[in-house]
Design a protein around this ligand. Structure first.
Ligand SMILES: Nc1ncnc2c1ncn2[C@@H]1O[C@H](COP(=O)(O)OP(=O)(O)OP(=O)(O)O)[C@@H](O)[C@H]1O
Length: 320
């Protein structure tokens, strides 16, 4: 099997006493668009800093292009283009001149500027000073700068952060184009699955420094179809909740008449109904629903939405 383009093994990182990343095993396949997702503070930027050699891990290893980063920094990093948050730009210079400064520093041929402007669709606006650019245009110029040396891998930290819906759409199209037409592997972070769902081929979900899911987006979608819930409308929410918790279901109170209950199989819904009725709870309505991808993502990255602590004092009641 082909070695992943980026892989980390048991990666740990601390800031002082604070453990930020724990046992992080990332696998980013060549040719993928890998969405690294997680809420604010999950550790995404810290991971990106580690991948770019800007920070040293407390423990663990990082391999890029099959080489250990620590021992091959220069060789590895010249094949990587990166954009961390907003790009550093000379605001009084035009987009083209910003690229020209970098081109000279890298000693690249002049024609490369038009090539990258074309890719990020900024050719028309290349003559304008950057201070007149929208945030989306600045982000695209930042990506053009990262693309100048024609890297195989792009690492982008929250490239859609702060963009309006049309800016997000343009960024999504650009990322797909870079991947499909220009063969770039892309690793990008985001705190919104909904922004990335249609773009990424692979997903890693980070929560409090630990990976909660890693795999193809289709696998996450499949998990979504399996993660079903039942909405139950009852006469006595408190009693219904106690019974369901006792039975080991994860339960969320929606309002003073409705509960949401996690179930694995369809048959469980029928059994659940029977237990409630036998326990003296009037059941007015019971509706089946699959969780959306966003709900699955949130359930992986929020403190448990479901309260699954069983209450013991119901035992005699149910055995009666
Ligand atoms: N230099 C630092 N010193 C101490 N703590 C830090 C430092 N940088 C980040 N942290 C802490 O590390 C944790 C992870 O931060 P990080 O920036 O990696 O998260 P993130 O997932 O990128 O979130 P965001 O989307 O908000 O940037 C946070 O609790 C943050 O406060």
């Amino acid at each position: 099997m082909k070695e992943p383009l980026i892989s980390t093994h048991q990666l740990h990182c601390r800031y002082g006493a604070l453990e930020i990343l724990k046992d992080l095993d990332l696998d980013i396949p060549e040719g993928s668009i890998y969405g690294f997702l997680g809420p604010n503070g999950a550790g995404k930027t810290t991971t990106i800093r580690l991948l770019l050699g800007l920070l040293k891990p407390t423990a663990g290893t990082i391999r890029l292009f099959g080489m250990e980063l620590e021992r091959n920094r220069v060789q590895v990093l010249q094949r990587v283009g990166a954009l961390i948050e907003t790009p550093s730009l000379y605001r009084h210079l035009s987009g083209r001149d910003n690229l020209e400064v970098m081109r000279r520093m890298l000693g690249l041929k002049k024609s490369r500027i038009d090539e990258v402007l074309e890719i990020v669709r900024l050719r028309q606006d290349a003559h304008r000073p950057v201070k007149q650019y929208s945030l989306g245009m600045c982000q695209r110029l930042g990506i053009a700068l990262a693309l100048l040396p024609d890297p195989e891998l792009l690492i982008l930290d929250e490239p859609t952060n702060g963009l309006d819906p049309s800016g997000i759409r343009e960024m999504r199209e650009l990322l797909k184009d870079l991947n499909q037409e220009h063969g770039k592997t892309i690793f990008l972070s985001s705190h919104l699955l909904s922004e990335m769902e249609k773009t990424v081929t692979h997903v890693g979900i980070l929560h409090q420094g630990q990976l909660r899911f890693q795999g193809r987006i289709q696998e996450l979608q499949k998990a979504t179809q399996q993660a079903r819930t039942v909405e139950v409308e009852v006469g006595n929410v408190l009693l219904a909740k106690e019974i369901l918790l006792y039975l080991g279901h994860a339960v969320e109170t929606l309002d003073n008449q409705r509960l949401r209950v996690a179930v694995q199989e369809k048959e469980e819904a029928a059994a659940l109904n029977q237990f409630l009725v036998e326990g003296g709870v009037a059941v007015y309505n019971l509706a089946f629903s699959a969780q959306s991808l966003e709900e699955v993502f949130l359930s992986m990255t929020e403190l448990p939405a479901f309260d699954s602590s069983a209450s013991l004092h119901l035992q005699p009641f149910l055995q009666a």
